[in-house]
Design a protein around this ligand. Structure first.
Ligand code: KIV
Ligand code: ZN
Length: 538
C-alpha cells in the first residue's frame, strides 16, 4: 500500500517539537537533549519526526544527522528536515538525512501576498517557477518530499491551488497547509482544505497535511475541522510549544481523536463504532513525554492545560468529587491511565543496585552512555539516602537533570543559606569558573533564593533579568524531589535552566547556573555562527 492510500485509513502524526517547538523563546535544546526527546517521540509512536532545520546552524545539522542515524531505523519514525526553497537549504537537509532509513525533505516558500510583497519581494509567477524546480531538486535527493506554502491561511486560494498542483506534479507526496500566523477560524480552515481537495486536479497523488499556530487559541479546533474535510497528516508539538503562542498540541489532537473516535470515524470512511485506532500513538506515553519535553526545554506546563496540566484530572468541588466517587463517568471523559498518568510505580530504594537501576531506566526508555549512567546512579544513591522510596517520576527527574548537557562553564561547588523569620536571608556560594578557579562570595536578599542568586551574580557578573522561577514537587510527600525551572533574559533573548534536588535551595542554585551556562554557550555559538543563515521559518 503506498503512503497516500495508507493515509486515508488513519491520521499521520508529524511531530515538530524539535523544529518549530524548539523555536519557542528560551527552549533551545542541545544535541543530546534532542536525541533523548527523539527517542521518546519514537516510543510514543509518532509517524514523522521533524528533527530540525539543517541549514540554520551547524548544531541543527548535527542534531538532524544524529537523530537520523540513531532513531531513524526502518521500523522507526520517518525523519524529516526543513529547508527553504533554495538549493543550499535542500542540499543541507538531504545531506543531514542520509543516515535515515526513511528520510523526508520538507521545503517551503510563502504564498500570501503580504509575505511575497514585504518578506520575499517576489511575484506570484516567480514563486510558481521556484516551487516545481525546488521540489524536483529535493526529489532527486530523497523519495519523500513535503511542500508547504507558508502563510497558506492568508493566501489567495486560487493561487494556492496552482502552487500545490505544481508541487505535486514535481514530486511532492505531502502538501502541508500552514496557518502560519494562527489567523483562521475552524470553519474557514475546514473550507480551505475542502477547496484544495476539490480544486487541485492531482491532489489524489498527495497527502494533505495541516500545520498551525495558536495565536487565537484555535489551532487544535482548526486541525480537527481539517480532518473532517480531508487532512490526513497533523503537524503538532508536545505541550503545544512553539513560536509565539505555540503550535497545535499533539496530546490534545490525539486525545480528541481517541475520546471522540465515534464522532471522527465516519470522516475517515469507518463505521462509527470502529475501535481501530485513528492514530498510531501509544497514548499511555503521553504524560511521560510531556514531562520530558517540559523539563528539557524549561517550558513549564500550565496547571489547567488540557490533557497534561497538573489539574487536568483533579476534581476540587465537592459536587464533582461526590459524582466521581459514585461513578467516574459523571465528570470524567477520559481515564487518567489512558495518558499514563497513574503509571508512577515505586520501584527502587536505597538498597537497589546498579543493574536494577539500569534495567528500570531502560524500561522507561532511557538509553544512557556508561558515563551518564554512572553520574545518574550516584545521584540516585544520594537521593535514595534522603528519600526511602524512589518512584519512576523521581527517576525521570534525576536522569533528566543529569543528562542535560549544558556545558559546565560555571559549576556549583557549595551553597549555604541562613534564613528565618528573625534573620536576614544570607547566602554563601562557591563556584568553579570556566578557567578552573574557585571563587566564593556572599549576599543578602529578600529571601533565601534571592540571596543565592545575588551571591551567584557577584561571582558570574553578567547582567540578566530573571523572568520566571517555578518550583514543583515531583511526587507528593515531605521528602519529595523539587524541580526548579527558571528563565532569564539577556539582551532580548531568553535562556532556561532546570534542576532537581530534594533540597530546593540547591535545585534553585543549580537551575540558575544551568541557565547562565546556556547564556554563555549561546554567546559563544552566536559569534561562531555570525556568518551563517538566520532561522526565519515558523
Ligand atoms: O508556520 C509555518 O508556516 C511553518 C512552515 C515552515 C511549515 O512552520
Ligand atoms: Zn510553524
Amino acid at each position: 500500500m503506498n503512503q497516500v492510500n495508507q493515509a486515508q485509513e488513519r491520521i499521520i502524526i508529524f511531530d515538530t517539537t524539535l523544529r518549530d517547538g524548539e523555536q519557542s523563546p528560551g527552549a533551545t535544546l542541545n544535541v543530546e537533549e534532542k536525541l533523548t526527546i527523539a527517542r521518546a517521540l519514537a516510543k510514543l509512536g509518532v509517524d514523522v519526526i521533524e528533527a530540525g532545520f539543517p541549514r540554520a546552524s551547524s548544531g541543527d545539522f548535527e542534531a538532524v544527522q544524529r537523530i537520523a542515524a540513531t532513531v531513524g531505523s526502518e521500523t522507526g519514525p520517518r525523519i524529516c528536515g526543513l529547508a527553504r526553497a533554495t538549493k543550499e537549504d535542500i542540499q543541507a537537509a538531504g545531506e543531514a538525512l542520509k543516515p535515515a532509513a526513511k528520510g523526508r525533505i520538507h521545503t517551503f516558500i510563502a504564498t500570501s501576498d503580504i509575505h511575497l510583497q514585504y518578506k520575499l519581494r517576489r511575484t506570484r509567477s516567480e514563486v510558481l517557477s521556484i516551487v516545481p524546480e525546488m521540489v524536483a531538486y529535493a526529489k532527486s535527493l530523497v523519495d519523500d518530499v513535503e511542500f508547504s506554502p507558508e502563510d497558506a491561511g492568508r493566501s489567495d486560494p486560487e493561487f494556492l491551488y496552482q502552487v500545490l498542483e505544481s508541487a505535486i506534479a514535481a514530486g511532492a507526496t505531502t502538501v502541508n497547509i500552514p496557518d502560519t500566523v494562527g489567523y483562521t477560524t475552524p470553519s474557514e480552515f475546514g473550507a480551505l482544505i475542502r477547496g484544495i481537495k476539490e480544486n487541485v486536479p492531482n491532489i489524489d497523488q498527495a497527502i494533505i497535511s495541516v500545520h498551525g499556530h495558536n495565536d487565537l487559541g484555535l489551532a487544535v479546533a482548526n486541525f480537527l475541522e481539517a480532518v473532517k474535510n480531508g487532512a490526513r497528516q497533523l503537524e503538532c508539538t508536545i505541550n503545544g510549544i512553539g513560536e509565539r503562542a505555540g503550535n497545535a498540541a499533539l496530546e490534545e489532537l490525539v486525545m480528541a481523536l481517541y475520546v471522540r473516535r465515534q464522532y471522527f470515524n465516519p470522516f475517515l470512511g469507518r463505521e462509527p463504532n470502529s475501535e481501530e485506532p485513528l492514530t498510531n500513538i501509544d497514548t499511555k506515553q503521553i504524560y511521560k513525554t510531556s514531562r520530558l519535553v517540559s523539563s528539557l526545554t524549561g517550558m513549564a506546563v500550565q496547571p489547567n492545560k488540557a490533557i497534561v496540566g497538573a489539574n487536568a484530572f483533579a476534581h476540587e468541588s465537592g459536587i464533582h468529587q461526590d459524582g466521581v466517587l459514585k461513578n467516574k463517568l459523571t465528570y470524567e471523559i477520559m481515564d487518567a491511565e489512558s495518558i499514563g498518568l497513574n503509571a508512577n510505580q515505586i520501584i527502587l530504594g536505597k538498597h537497589s543496585g546498579r543493574n536494577a537501576f539500569r534495567t528500570r531506566l531502560r524500561e522507561l526508555g532511557f538509553e544512557l552512555s556508561e558515563t551518564d549512567l554512572n553520574k545518574a546512579f550516584l545521584r540516585f544513591k544520594d537521593v535514595a539516602d534522603k528519600k526511602k522510596a524512589i518512584s519512576d517520576w523521581d527517576l525521570e527527574a534525576i536522569v533528566n537533570d543529569e543528562i542535560q548537557q549544558v556545558p559546565e562553564l560555571f559549576r556549583l561547588e557549595l551553597v549555604q543559606v541562613s534564613c528565618g523569620d528573625r534573620a536576614t536571608p544570607t547566602a554563601t556560594v562557591t563556584l568553579r569558573t570556566p578557567t578552573g578557579e574557585e571563587l566564593t562570595d556572599a549576599a543578602i536578599g529578600t529571601g533565601p533564593v534571592d540571596a543565592v542568586y545575588k551571591a551567584i551574580n557577584r561571582v558570574v557578573n553578567v547582567p540578566n533579568e530573571l523572568i520566571e522561577f517555578s518550583v514543583k514537587s515531583v511526587t507528593a510527600g515531605i521528602d519529595a524531589i523539587g524541580e526548579v525551572t527558571i528563565r532569564l533574559r539577556h539582551e532580548g533573548k531568553t535562556y532556561s535552566g532546570h534542576a532537581a534536588n530534594t533540597d530546593i535551595i540547591v535545585a534553585s542554585a543549580r537551575a540558575y547556573i544551568s541557565a547562565l551556562n546556556r547564556l554563555y554557550a549561546a554567546l559563544a555559538k552566536q559569534q561562531a555562527e555570525a556568518s551563517e543563515v538566520p532561522v526565519t521559518a515558523q
